[in-house]
Design a protein around this ligand. Structure first.
Ligand code: FES
Length: 108
């Protein structure tokens, strides 16, 4: 099985990007002790979300934010609630946390 990272690499209300073996980039974020992962692609123009490394959240660390045109996405669902792609969603990546503290991909 494919381990993405260890839990401690993604602190609460922060995000980290990781490159998968297929070349895709995803990011993982933690909210209220749960972990969420998405493809690093904005549904607006299919570009990467971050401008600075690992900067996926807005200033208040409340929403995921696209740096290109400021679209805001709900951390738990990936739904865009503000911006040019309102109503669309980030593509979720299936992950699970194992007893070894690792975060693993659940799908290929
Ligand atoms: S490319 Fe993300 S909001 Fe436009």
């Amino acid at each position: 099985m494919n381990r993405i990272c260890m839990m401690e690499e993604v602190p609460e209300r922060e995000a980290r990007s990781f490159e998968l073996s297929d070349g895709n980039t995803i990011f993982v974020t933690q909210r209220d002790g749960a972990f969420y992962a998405y493809q690093n692609l904005c549904p607006h123009l299919q570009v990467e979300l971050e401008f600075l490394e690992n900067q996926f959240l807005d200033r208040d660390q409340e929403y995921i934010e696209c740096s290109s045109h400021g679209a805001l996405f709900v951390v738990e669902t990936g739904e865009c609630i503000s911006g040019p792609c309102q109503g669309e969603s980030l593509e979720k990546v299936g992950i699970s946390v194992h007893s070894d503290g690792g975060i693993y991909l659940t799908e290929e």
